[in-house]
Ligand binder design. Structure first.
Ligand code: V47
Length: 365
């Protein structure tokens, strides 16, 4: 294999990876431009095994999207709707509590909750959502609200990001998911989501959250109009932020789904693009403990293969995924833990059920 890697012009990168040396921006661009997907997988697998061995994580979780009403109306998004539009919806606090109540008999350890940037709901609504969920299921970890939502809540409350997070933390917020990052490039944001929180501010909110003791995740939406260089700028910016705070747990590359979006003329991502983004992010984000292959977006089969290309986490049972399905995902809206365990075992890895903060709950070896 090492001969093949040298023959594909990546010998110097292999040496760096074997020596646990940091890769540069230019190395990342070369990796993205390489046609040798097996070489990329081999390199990423070295880092994956060094960090996580054969452990492959999943979580028993429940997704709740409290509302899709959104003022940002990003071009790549089929979920966000204008208030009053046909498919627009918003749940009351009671409806969200009912969603949690309905699944009390399942061993769920995490509620993953995000929504749009709603023009009218007051800050108290979000605080009540957290309190309400905790009332029904006090032991559950709530991973909720992207950096974009947190910045919006700070505007609503008239308080600093720090104070806003403090109030949400007291109400039950445990950590934050990685959405809303998209691609940090101002060019991409101007073309696809000009009203959204700028990339720099997304990073600032994440770092403030980390300094306050919250862990968060990070994402990158790939496979639309971004260049390889813009992907690399995004990854390097995340790596720099992680050097400063160490608060990111997991990075999730998100495969663009074009259906029902304002960019529906674009094609869906291919398997090679999916694997490249997993592998290159594993190699560049040397300070991120985990890389997730999100089965909802790339399908369970590709997510299984991704476990040999740098990924060590398959996310979770999910149930009722909405954001990707409104954009045409053809995966199921939920997956059983037995299926996740089988996928991981057949990939030759060890399934590990985790909680949100990666504490091991059960190892299937
Ligand atoms: O914020 C929107 C993206 C995100 C589309 O943190 C789209 O563990 C693809 O962030 N095609 C929501 N992606 C999902 C998300 C997530 C999912 C699973 C785990 C975690 C985590 C985070 O999906 C949005 C946006 O960036 N998105 N529209 C689309 N058409």
């Amino acid at each position: 294999m090492e001969k093949i890697i040298k023959a594909s012009g990546l010998g110097d990168i292999l040496e760096k990876v074997a020596g646990d040396e940091r890769l540069s921006y230019d190395d990342g661009v070369r990796l993205y431009n390489s046609d040798n997907i097996i070489a990329l997988g081999y390199l990423a697998n070295i880092v994956r095994n060094r960090k996580n061995g054969d452990n492959t994580f999943f979580i028993y979780n429940q997704h709740i999207n409290y509302s899709n009403i959104c003022t940002n109306l990003c071009k790549f998004c089929a979920f966000g709707k204008e208030q009053g539009a046909d498919l627009a919806y918003e749940m009351s606090v009671e409806e969200v509590k009912e969603k949690v109540r309905q699944r009390l008999d399942e061993p769920i350890t995490e509620v993953h909750m995000v929504g749009g940037i709603h023009p009218e709901l007051p800050f108290e609504y979000y605080v009540e959502l957290l309190r309400g969920i905790k009332e029904i299921r006090p032991e559950i970890h709530i991973q909720a609200f992207t950096c974009v939502e947190i910045a919006h809540f700070a505007n609503l409350s008239g308080k600093s990001i720090e104070d806003t997070l403090g109030i949400l933390g007291e109400a039950g917020l445990g950590s934050m998911p990685g959405g809303g990052a998209e691609v940090f490039s101002p060019r991409i944001r101007e073309l696809t989501c000009r009203d959204k929180l700028p990339g720099k501010e997304w990073l600032e909110v994440a770092k403030i959250a980390h300094r306050q003791g919250f862990n968060t995740n990070a994402t990158m939406l790939y496979g639309h109009i971004e260049t390889v260089e813009e992907r690399m700028e995004h990854l390097v910016a995340l790596r720099r932020a992680q050097d400063e705070t160490g608060g990111f747990l997991s990075f999730i590359p998100l495969a663009f789904h074009p259906k029902n979006t304002a960019m529906s003329e674009l094609s869906r991502t291919t398997g090679i693009n999916d694997l490249k983004n997993i592998a290159v992010s594993r190699l560049i984000l040397d300070n991120f403990p985990h890389i997730k292959a999100y089965w909802v977006m790339i399908g369970p089969k590709m997510a299984q293969v991704a476990l040999s290309f740098g990924a060590d986490d398959m996310d979770g049972t999910v149930k009722e995924e909405v954001i990707t399905h409104m954009a045409g995902a053809d995966t199921d809206q939920a997956i059983g833990s037995t299926t996740l365990v089988r996928l991981i075992k057949e990939a030759g890895r060890v399934p590990v059920e985790r909680d949100t903060l990666y504490n091991v709950l059960r190892k299937y070896n």
